[in-house]
Write a protein that binds this ligand. Structure first.
Ligand SMILES: *Cc1c(COP(=O)(O)O)cnc(C)c1O
Length: 395
């Protein structure tokens, strides 16, 4: 029996050649490839600045630091995300809270946000930073969030780890509405550098601070030093930075992958469209389609209609795995993790995220997936749900 992974990177001979060329060159790190990847990424996304780092977790952390988040700051995010969306604020000593999701989009709910902001204003506990997540690749309601940010005076750090290649109101996702946006290039994500992350922003000063924080807070440019240097060896540490530099090998791979983003994206869209057709009659809630935005389709996450199906999610999940289908679950609500319960959060705090999680299953989706594999997934899922097998339809 062949197994179908839930995600798989796409690596071509061009990718291999790009990395090999760097290996034969003089610079494995701190050469010209990272700036080239950053420039290409910024251009592709129509944004002024892109700063590449080791991974998206570090990108989120550095962006929080660059916004001045620290002890006493309040940061709000969604419970339906990977841990890093919330942990980044804890790394800075800030306080984290969550805003429940919209069950349709599974993204942070603007209505819940509005209500929570109203209450926080009365209590004098408004947040400094909001970290919305484009879950599965579907952009959040950034325009409404921007309005609220301008009214209540917080910044927006968009976690677009799933959303490379997505678009919102006719523009690529990348800091058109946010103050900064983070992307992940982990191997399972839309494009990969094995591990890697990027921050995009329109704010030149913020980009400069991110570059400093990425590399020990050290300045070498003579014009940026606090005093005339004694000699050309002089560098100054101006901030408490870290080493979060992306390597030249990763950047070369990233730029090569970025060149294929459009074709890989088209493959994901075709797969998502076909899933929509194949699964239309099953007792499932399928991913939302909205006219003003297009998903990057990092994930195809379905929610089992548990009121219709006489089986548990665990039974359905096991049946899929036993058939060699690499299903997954995104996400266990962050506030229910033991660590977060230790901070005072409780099961029941964010019911929409918990309800979604109870029936959630992510199906395999990757550009090289075949139609036969998809049909196998749909047929196996129908059997696991105790429903009739889907007819093979041409999408
Ligand atoms: C993958 C992911 C991250 C972390 O990305 P890394 O590059 O693995 O550090 C952060 N947020 C979300 C929503 C993710 O899916």
């Amino acid at each position: 029996m062949t197994t179908i992974p839930y995600s798989r990177q796409t690596i071509t001979e061009d990718d291999i050649a790009a990395v090999t060329e760097v290996l034969r060159s003089d610079f494995l790190t701190q050469g010209a490839e990272v700036p080239r990847f950053e420039a290409a990424f910024a251009e592709r996304h129509g944004v002024a600045h892109a700063v590449a780092v080791t991974n998206a977790t570090e990108a989120l952390h550095l962006a929080c630091l660059a916004f001045g988040i620290g002890p006493g700051s309040r940061v709000w995010t969604t419970p339906n995300s990977f841990l890093a969306s919330a942990n980044c604020a804890l790394y800075c000593g800030a306080e984290v809270d969550f805003v429940d999701i919209d069950p349709l989009t599974r993204n942070l709910s603007v209505d819940a946000l509005r209500a929570k902001l109203h209450q926080a204003e009365l209590d004098g506990s408004l947040p400094q930073l909001l970290i919305p997540v484009d879950f599965a690749g579907l952009p959040c309601d950034l325009r409404e969030m921007r309005r609220l940010a301008d009214r209540y005076g917080f910044r927006i750090l968009e976690d677009a780890s799933h959303a490379t290649g997505a678009s919102y109101l006719g523009q690529p996702v990348a800091a058109a509405w946010s103050d900064a946006t983070v992307f992940s290039f982990h191997a399972v994500k839309v494009i990969t550098t094995a591990e890697g992350g990027m921050v995009t922003t329109q704010d030149a000063a913020l980009a400069e601070r991110l570059r400093l924080l990425r590399s020990h807070g050290v300045v070498r440019d003579p014009s940026a030093l606090s005093a005339p240097p004694e000699g050309p060896w002089v560098y100054e540490q101006q901030l408490l930075g870290r080493n979060a530099r992306m390597t030249e090998l990763q950047a070369a791979l990233g730029r090569s992958q970025l060149g294929r983003l459009a074709t890989m994206q088209a493959a994901r869209v075709a797969l998502a469209d076909r899933y929509d057709h194949l699964l239309a009659d099953l007792p499932l809630f399928l991913p939302a389609r909205l006219p003003d935005r297009s998903s990057a389709w990092h994930l195809y996450a379905v929610e089992i209609d548990l009121a219709q199906v006489g089986r548990t999610r665990a039974q359905v999940f096991s049946a899929m795995r036993e058939a060699g289908i690499g299903v997954n679950v995104h996400y266990i609500p962050i506030h229910t993790q033991p660590y977060y319960q230790g901070l005072g959060f409780r099961v029941g705090d964010f019911p929409a995220a918990e309800r979604y999680y109870a029936g959630a299953i992510s199906l395999p989706l990757f550009p090289a997936m075949s139609e036969a594999q998809q049909h196998h997934v749909a047929t196996t899922l129908a059997a696991a749900l105790g429903a009739a097998a889907p007819a093979r339809r041409v999408a």
